[in-house]
Design a protein. Structure first.
Length: 188
């Protein structure tokens, strides 16, 4: 029992440290990588709590798909051209003070409620297993799952179309030719 609390505490500290590192770092690529580490730490916490389906979803959807999208956008924008400045003076100190007040309020609430609650009953054997969730989704919710997959497909096609660069001046299939300043002088 003590070892499970110790492992939970270590993973929780990793999740908190990576979240703080993501907020503090100035390099957007490192911020995204710290966020991926945070998502993986949260997935391990879900595994420790006995929720394997949510842990699997956390890794595949958030750490996989969304972070790849973030990295793709950051690489497309070109981080070397971005200027990092603080738009409002003192906003970091204000945000830190508000975060500290929030943590104190949540801690006070949790400490006041810990002694009054009966222990939670254990979930039924096999609760939340990926197979059970998949069968439930595909038996009872087939149409919504298909609609969501269609929306994701349309969003993917839209992202490819929006990021595609088309040069309308050149005929299709031809290679662009650069004009040299010497060529312009000789032609006149």
């Amino acid at each position: 029992m003590l070892t499970s609390y110790l492992i939970f505490g270590i993973i929780a500290l990793v999740a908190i440290a990576t979240a703080i590192a993501m907020l503090v770092t100035r390099n957007p690529v490192f911020a995204v990588l710290f966020l991926v580490m945070n998502f993986i730490a949260v997935a391990v916490i879900y595994l420790l709590l006995g929720a394997p389906f949510i842990a699997f979803t956390q890794v595949t959807v958030y750490a996989g798909a969304i972070m790849v999208l973030f990295l793709f956008v950051i690489m497309m924008l070109g981080t070397e051209k971005m200027i990092f400045s603080e738009p409002l003076k003192g906003q970091r100190w204000l945000a830190g003070a508000l975060a500290l007040i929030f943590v104190i309020a949540v801690s006070a609430f949790l400490l006041s409620q810990l002694g009054n609650q009966p222990p939670m009953p254990a979930p039924a054997q096999g609760f939340g297993q990926p197979k059970d969730v998949g069968v439930l989704l595909l038996d009872n919710y087939t149409l919504p799952v298909l609609i969501v997959s269609l929306v994701i497909l349309v969003a993917t096609i839209g992202a490819v179309v929006l990021t595609r660069r088309v040069n309308n001046a050149q005929p299709e299939g031809s290679l662009p030719v650069a004009n040299k300043p010497e060529d312009d002088k000789e032609g006149k």
